[in-house]
Design a protein around this ligand. Structure first.
Ligand code: SAH
Length: 504
């Protein structure tokens, strides 16, 4: 018989994958089997070993449900096989996580276990909405309550009379279905109708939304704004709009659609969130490496012959270094040459791989890169390799050839349009819930408007921001007036240009 394994009940954190604890992430890396909840961010599975077994156990409602029993049995079964099991649960395992039932099953079966805490939704939701749950000036106590027990009177262990008089912050989990009932009960038991309430949905995720209203009006406001679970309800002075610590952020309350490839959208979304905005991710393109092609592989054997390598996008740098890694090579393939990057984003990406770009132009376009590089270095009879997208224009190679360089153009990736469900974005535009559409390349612009009708955007109040002249040209061809052009042609530059509008 196998020696028994161990079960770690790990808090996944409230939503954003980087809010798991270091210990939690380490355990995910070593687990043989990961059994995860609906609320645990699936992005965390990137930590798993390739051989690990991943089992999704969907959310279940009601005590003693067959599914909970099945989960309990599953934990015991896997541990009995001698496996290291991570039971990954949303937020903190011990807060409304039905951990008790799982622990009892493990104890009964004589299986070793350990609980690894996580950031619970109440704390994360409040802080990411600018709410401080306790503050010596207005709330010295906080209470976490389940909103499920507001229904059937008999079983409720909540003392509504006491709660209505509670001098502190009240946080409800799982309260959306019963929000009206909860508000009614509190008011009936003496809580002031004007008590501030904040509801934070999908906290710490890019889709996070917050609505605020008085206790009397909060249900209506949530319905108006179509707020859906998972959401946290904060009741009390702490939820007062006057105490909102996010107000100072430039994009507060602004919803910004981002249209890069999925990987770049993640970084872009993080930048928007850090400025208090609400990004809506709509990946329009995907990056397809061309580093398996004969032409690339042949060129790679001749890298030592080049004087200059030119990167015109961060994607190009990522794809190239992925390929080098797969081929068992590294940055030394560039040893003899100089390297130019089109802008700060590309230079930063190269830096991640240990390469410091020798040259970056002051204006981040292909044309300026060409013009300024010619002024910077004598390129006569120099061999230059452009490591770019297959879709890049000929302008740069032509400029460099005119200056006497011998230019090779080897595409390292191409982009392909990605289809999404356009319904939610169309709906949001129709409802006036989108403030900005952002575009960072002509191909992503085209792919976006193949899915979202041009007329819809044109007849709405949505504003359009473009990263640079080539993208702006594409937007103009589609019939749009671009509201904001980035001065610096990077994601940061684009956001800075939008920010300027609000600081006028
Ligand atoms: N163990 C979890 C809670 C599980 S109960 C924790 O510690 O956070 C599920 C409830 O948690 C949801 O109904 C909702 O009220 C809350 N919740 C979980 N994730 C959330 C999120 N990202 N944003 C808002 N509320 C969330």
């Amino acid at each position: 018989m196998n020696e028994k394994g161990k079960v770690y009940l790990v808090g996944a954190g409230p939503g954003s994958a980087d809010l798991i604890t270091v210990r939690g992430a380490e355990l995910l890396k070593t687990a043989d089997c990961i059994i995860y909840d609906k609320l645990a961010n699936p992005a965390l599975l990137k930590f798993a070993r390739p051989a690990a077994e991943l089992i999704h156990v969907p959310k279940r409602i009601g005590p003693g449900s067959a599914t909970q029993d099945q989960i309990n049995n599953l934990l015991v079964e896997k541990a009995n096989l001698g496996l290291t099991v991570v039971r990954l649960k949303g937020g903190d395992p011990g807060i409304f996580g039905r951990i008790g039932e799982e622990l009892s099953a493990l104890k009964e079966a004589g299986i070793d276990f350990e609980i690894v805490p996580g950031v619970t939704a109440a704390v994360a939701a409040a802080e990411s909405a600018g709410i401080i749950l306790t503050d010596r000036d207005y709330s010295s106590q906080v209470v976490f309550i389940t909103g499920r027990e507001a229904q059937g009177k008999q079983k409720s262990s909540i003392n509504w009379e006491l709660l209505a008089k509670f001098q502190g912050t009240i946080v409800f989990y799982m309260a959306m279905e019963n929000l009206e009932l909860i508000a009614e009960r509190l008011i009936k038991n003496g809580m002031a109708e004007g008590t501030p309430v904040a509801v934070i949905a999908e906290a710490t995720l890019p889709s996070q939304r917050t609505v605020r209203a008085s206790l009397k009006q909060i249900t209506e406001k949530c319905e108006e704004n179509k707020i859906a679970p998972p959401a946290i309800v904060v009741i009390g002075a702490a939820a007062d709009e006057k105490l909102n610590w996010l107000v100072g952020k430039p994009f507060f309350g602004k919803t910004i659609v981002i249209t890069r490839d999925a990987e770049s959208n993640v970084d872009f979304a993080a930048k928007i969130i850090s400025k208090g905005g609400n990004p809506v991710e709509f990946a329009t393109i995907k990056i397809e490496p061309l580093t398996q092609t004969n032409i690339f592989l042949q060129t790679l054997t001749k890298f030592s012959e080049y004087d200059w390598f030119i990167f015109t996008s961060a994607n190009g740098a990522s794809v190239l270094f992925d390929a080098l890694q797969q081929l068992g090579k590294d940055a030394r393939v560039f040893a003899s040459a100089k390297i130019a990057a089109i802008g700060s984003e590309t230079a930063a990406k190269l830096q991640q791989f240990g390469i410091k770009a020798d040259f970056t132009p002051s204006v981040f376009t292909s044309k300026e890169l060409g013009k300024q590089l010619i002024a910077y270095a004598n390129l006569k009879a120099k061999k230059i390799l452009l490591l770019r997208s297959q879709l890049a224009s000929d302008e740069l190679s032509e400029l460099l050839s005119i200056a006497g360089a011998e230019v090779d153009n080897v595409p390292v990736y191409t982009t392909a349009a990605v289809k999404n469900d356009p319904g939610p974005v169309i709906e949001k535009i129709k409802n006036g819930e989108i403030d900005w559409l952002t575009f960072t390349s002509p191909s992503s612009t085209r792919a976006f408007f193949e899915q979202i009708p041009v007329e819809l955007v044109n007849s709405s109040s949505v504003k359009i921001a473009s990263i640079g002249p080539v993208t702006s040209e594409q937007l103009k061809n589609l019939g749009f007036e671009v509201n904001v052009h980035a001065d610096e042609h990077t994601a940061d530059g684009l956001l800075a240009a939008i920010e300027k509008i609000y600081n006028l």
